[in-house]
Design a protein around this ligand. Structure first.
Ligand SMILES: C[S@@+](CC[C@H](N)C(=O)[O-])C[C@H]1O[C@@H](n2cnc3c(N)ncnc32)[C@H](O)[C@@H]1O
Length: 275
């Protein structure tokens, strides 16, 4: 394993993202978000005119891929195709993990965002949604996105603000500190490639970078979703006492709910629209 489990290829492809199980558990937290936000629908709405292939790199189980494919008509749709249909668009799923590509469906391939097996200027649009923080060199990934997008095309990059879920992470850190021998809780994901840093890097490769902030609040009235979220980060929080860490997370969230009626914390994803 490399020093950083967030970018270690083996950890990512055989544990964290071997299949959608942990990611799906992590995303279940957002069922308790207000206002609700459908990032995949927003992304699809930002690409109404993307012609030619759309590449979804780091596709995961294919939430964005599916939303974009829904905008494409089936091949038998014929001349009566409606105005929202995109007969020439192919949406390609790509991910470091074969387990994810196989769920996202064809066409798809296994690839690393820092070395895309894709011709220069060949994609009508490219998505890199909540994935560049796992790249060994996120800027090399952004450079690749800029290389493969066609002139006039759009690249969408999503990530979280550095303060995303700060109260939840602090609770997890405090819970971890209570467990003897547990390594400190690692908040590396938001800090590696947060919205502000991503915006700065994207500005080096694109003439225009529009930032769309989508802040909200998660409100939990029982500890289960917070514990499931913490458990889903297992690959990045090594150490035998992890189950005890999860017990402490449950206790602390329950205590907040008892005192405040709910455990509330801010969440803050965003999308960069790069052209
Ligand atoms: C947090 S998930 C996001 C999935 C999806 N884009 C979404 O937003 O729902 C990160 C995904 O990026 C993939 N990934 C991690 N490092 C990668 C890399 N260097 N190149 C391509 N994909 C990568 C993981 O396998 C995982 O499926």
């Amino acid at each position: 394993m490399s020093a950083d489990p967030y970018t270690d290829r083996t950890v990512l492809t055989t544990e964290a993202y071997a299949d959608p199980t942990r990611l799906t558990a992590r995303y279940s937290l957002y069922r308790h978000r207000t206002p609700p936000v459908d990032l995949a629908a927003i992304a699809a709405g930002l690409l109404p005119d993307a012609a030619g292939p759309v590449l979804d790199i780091g596709c995961g189980p294919g939430g964005y891929t599916a939303a974009l494919r829904r905008q494409s008509p089936p091949s038998w749709s014929g001349p009566s195709a409606g105005p929202r249909e995109r007969p020439h668009r192919t949406v390609i799923a790509a991910d470091l993990s074969f387990g994810m590509v196989s769920v996202a469906g064809r066409p798809g391939f296994v690839a690393d965002v820092t070395a895309l097996p894709v011709a220069d200027r060949s994609c009508g649009a490219v998505l890199a949604m909540h994935m560049l923080y796992h790249a060994t060199d996120p800027e090399a990934g952004v450079r690749e996105l800029a290389r493969v997008v066609a002139p006039g095309g759009t690249v969408l990059i999503s990530t979280n603000d550095a303060e995303d879920k700060a109260r939840l992470y602090q609770l997890c850190a405090d819970a971890t500190a209570e467990v003897p021998d547990a390594p400190p809780w690692d908040r590396a994901v938001n800090r590696r490639f947060g919205l502000a840093g991503a915006q700065e890097v994207a500005g080096r490769y694109f003439a225009s970078v529009e930032r769309i902030d989508l802040p909200g609040e998660v409100v939990l009235t029982e500890p289960g979703p917070a514990v499931a979220f913490a458990a889903s980060t297992r690959s990045w929080q090594p150490g035998d006492p992890f189950s005890r860490v999860l017990d402490r997370v449950r206790d602390r969230v329950a205590a907040v709910i008892a005192a405040e009626g709910a455990f509330r914390f801010g969440t803050h994803p965003g999308i960069l629209v790069c052209r």
